[in-house]
Design a protein around this ligand. Structure first.
Ligand code: HEC
Length: 191
């Protein structure tokens, strides 16, 4: 009899483990703010940009000595859907985590590595909620939730006119770029 208990427990745990993981979807507060997705580092990592600047020569000159890394993550279900279709499904969420960089530390003799988080920006595709289909959020360090940035925010204009697939910068994500090209969803103008 005693021997049967561990066996029963074994089957119970196996069944529990077989349950599919809950989908990562945007969650909102009662007043329409996006709840901070604390576990974004468990999403799929797409790429890191180092010291990327999109505007003037001065901006490049100012940042070149202390370039920042930006790490891009996307929700796992959206990533798997993209591999099949080359397009982002409803409820896709992206995180852009910006980190400072340093070169001096431990055994490092050259190159740069990442340090503190200096910004966290989130992008959500949710047509049922946002007239522009995509919404943008900026999370200051301690913020538990954030309001969608207005349609006039620079995020919308730059992403919708320069993103290679829908509003997103797939041209900079090396594992997704060939998928979008093969599926015919890549905007040729963004090359
Ligand atoms: C001048 C153009 C520009 C503006 C303005 C801009 N972005 Fe981006 N954004 C980019 C580029 C380029 C990337 C790709 C970064 C990389 O490859 O590391 C990106 C990537 C992102 C990503 C990762 C998913 C994606 O779309 O590829 C998020 C999230 C994001 N930006 C949020 C924001 C938010 C929020 C704002 C407004 C506060 C904003 N961005 C404003 C150019 C812009």
């Amino acid at each position: 009899m005693i021997k049967k208990i561990p066996l029963a427990l074994f089957f119970l745990f196996t069944t529990l483990n077989a349950q599919p993981a809950l989908a990562e979807e945007p969650r909102y507060t009662g007043d329409g703010q996006l709840v901070r997705p604390d576990n974004y580092r468990e999403w799929i990592f797409l790429s890191s940009g180092l010291g990327m600047t999109y505007s003037s020569v001065e901006a490049i000159a100012n940042t070149v000595s202390t370039p920042r890394f930006d790490n891009v993550f996307v929700t796992p279900e959206a990533y798997r859907a993209f591999l099949k279709t080359g397009a982002w499904p409803e409820k896709t969420m992206f995180a852009l985590e910006v980190r400072s960089s340093v070169s001096k530390g431990s055994i490092n003799k050259g190159g740069r590595y990442q340090e503190e988080v200096v910004a966290l920006e989130i992008e959500v595709k949710d047509q049922s909620r946002f007239p522009n289909k995509w919404a943008y959020f900026d999370f200051p360090a301690s913020a538990r939730s954030a309001k969608p940035l207005p349609a006039t925010a620079s995020c919308h204009a730059c992403h919708s006119s320069n993103g290679a697939v829908d509003n997103t910068f797939v041209q900079f994500y090396p594992t997704l770029l060939p998928v979008a090209k093969a599926k015919g969803t890549f905007k040729a103008s963004s090359n």
